[in-house]
Design a protein around this ligand. Structure first.
Ligand code: FAD
Length: 454
């Protein structure tokens, strides 16, 4: 059997190692359009902060890792077409500017997404950067110490924009940072109101100028270089822009062959199969089933891509899949200055957009018993999102200067298991005053949501 994988990132990597570890006599080949194989954008913030061994180490795998298991990895090898009748793909090898036809028995598409520049005048000016992949990481790193770039504007205050704003405003780079978003608040797709307010305050304390609820009309330039951003409210002078305001799926080459939705995401069935026989799709290029929303949502995470890859590989050679892909919750964690937060499942905004009835509850406490001095007993903030009738947990987030991010995995499991506030309120979690209260944090947050907590 010959398996062809398109894209050498999280989805492609997981597919290849799962196949090579689970099956014998399967020929696996990964084709990657880029030059550097498998840069891990998840590690970009750590790279920018000088917290990694070397830029070239920030990767999911090196080709040798797959080749030593018997697989093949081709870089600068862009798959340009699927020829479904012949069960072949056309691969363009950039180094030799030549095409090759490659047969497959099974084809796994993990071609991911590309960050979008904004569709406004001036978007093609110089010094408008994006935040994904090896090449942009190199450029942003250079900009951190480049004195020509003093005023820097980050467009998009989601997870990735937040990472950029944090790095730019810290670590002694002396940059004047503005964070823009058309939503009314930063991190609006991730956190609920109270936790957003705490982090907004934290950014402002670190000198980041937050401007939300505005639309960018154009990038203004001089001599081909960006000098300002024109919004519907004001002109913001800037030397450099980092755009992290959305993505487009890398699926243009599939148009007319594979069914795509109106945004270009690959459409799959519940078994992650495309409309073509033996062609599967995973990762950021598809919309996975959200367990709490019970519908496909954009949950673009490495965790999602890897779980989908594992599912596809487990069913790859079965005549019939035994069960559908069960979906994902969508959990992510991040440090913002001295704070750490984790979020799982739906929040106010994503629940509203999914037309799901929801209520929220906000619980604030100290991490440990009151006899622990305050300087060693940080505040903790928990927000829960739940169904107001059934009390089924839909989402939650935990924020503190203590690293309580592992609580997000507890929340994720509870959401995936469709537990209720009542379940969480009395779940048997440990107590030890070095770590928590007599009742554990999530017990207390759920009890509070039920009106029972102290
Ligand atoms: P991608 O990573 O998008 O990669 C697709 C690959 O396919 C690319 O290398 C591309 O060159 C190649 N390709 C595309 N078209 C073709 C073609 N026709 N032929 C050959 N090759 C092709 N997720 C987390 O879970 N945790 C995190 O902490 C986290 N942090 C992140 C931080 C940043 C700054 C960014 C940008 C993302 C982060 N993510 C994180 C998201 C995570 O990186 C993505 O969800 C994940 O990379 C998706 O993997 P993928 O396999 O779908 O595709």
């Amino acid at each position: 059997q010959k398996v062809v994988i398109v894209g050498a990132s999280h989805g492609g990597h997981e597919s290849a190692i799962e196949i090579l570890d689970k099956y014998e006599h399967v020929d696996v080949a990964i084709y990657e359009a880029g030059d550097f194989v498998s840069f891990m954008s998840c590690g970009m913030q750590l790279f920018l902060e000088d917290k990694v061994t070397a830029q070239d180490d920030v990767r999911n795998f090196a080709p040798a890792d797959i080749e030593s298991r018997g697989g093949h990895v081709f870089n600068q090898a862009e798959v340009t077409a699927i020829n479904a009748d012949q069960k072949t793909v056309t691969v363009h090898f950039k180094a030799t500017d030549s095409d090759q036809t490659v047969p497959y028995d099974k084809l796994i598409l993990s071609s991911g997404v590309t960050p979008m520049t904004l569709p406004v005048p001036g978007a093609d000016l110089d010094n408008i950067y994006l935040m994904r992949g090896y090449d942009w990481a190199t450029k942003i790193k250079a900009a951190l110490t480049d004195d020509r770039f003093h005023k820097i504007t980050v467009v998009g205050a989601g997870y990735i924009g937040i990472e950029a704003a944090d790095v730019l405003s810290s670590y002694g780079h002396n940059k004047e940072v503005t964070l823009l978003d058309r939503n009314d608040h930063i991190l609006e797709r991730y956190l609920n109101t109270e936790n957003i307010a705490i982090l907004t305050n934290e950014f402002e304390k670190h000198g980041v100028n937050i401007k939300t609820g505005l639309n960018i009309e154009s990038f203004v330039g001089e001599n081909g270089q960006v000098t300002a951003i024109q919004t519907d409210q004001e002109t913001i002078p800037t030397d450099l822009v980092i755009v992290s305001a959305g993505v487009k799926p890398n699926t243009q080459w599939l148009k007319g062959t594979i069914n795509l939705d109106r945004h270009g995401f690959i459409q799959t069935d519940a078994y992650l199969r495309t409309n073509l026989p033996d062609v599967y799709a995973i990762g950021d290029a598809i919309l996975p089933l959200s367990i709490p929303a019970n519908k496909p949502l954009p949950i673009a995470l490495a965790t999602t891509a890897r779980r989908e890859a594992q599912y596809v590989v487990n069913h790859l050679f079965k005549a019939k899949p035994t069960h559908p892909f069960k979906g994902v919750v969508g959990s992510s964690a991040l440090s913002v200055y001295d704070y750490h937060f984790v979020t799982a499942g739906l929040n106010e905004m994503t629940a509203r957009e999914s037309h799901i009835d929801f209520a929220t509850s906000f619980y604030e406490d100290r991490q440990r018993p009151a006899y622990i001095p305050k300087n060693d007993n940080p505040r903790v903030y928990v927000s829960l999102t739940y169904n107001p009738l059934t009390h089924q947990l839909l989402g939650g987030s935990v924020l503190s200067t203590a690293d309580l991010t592992a609580q997000g995995n507890v929340l994720s499991l509870a959401i995936a298991q469709k537990l209720t506030l009542e379940d969480l309120a009395c779940a048997d979690f440990f107590f030890q005053p070095g770590f928590d209260r007599q009742w554990s944090l999530l017990n207390l947050a759920a009890q509070h949501a039920l009106g029972n907590a102290p």
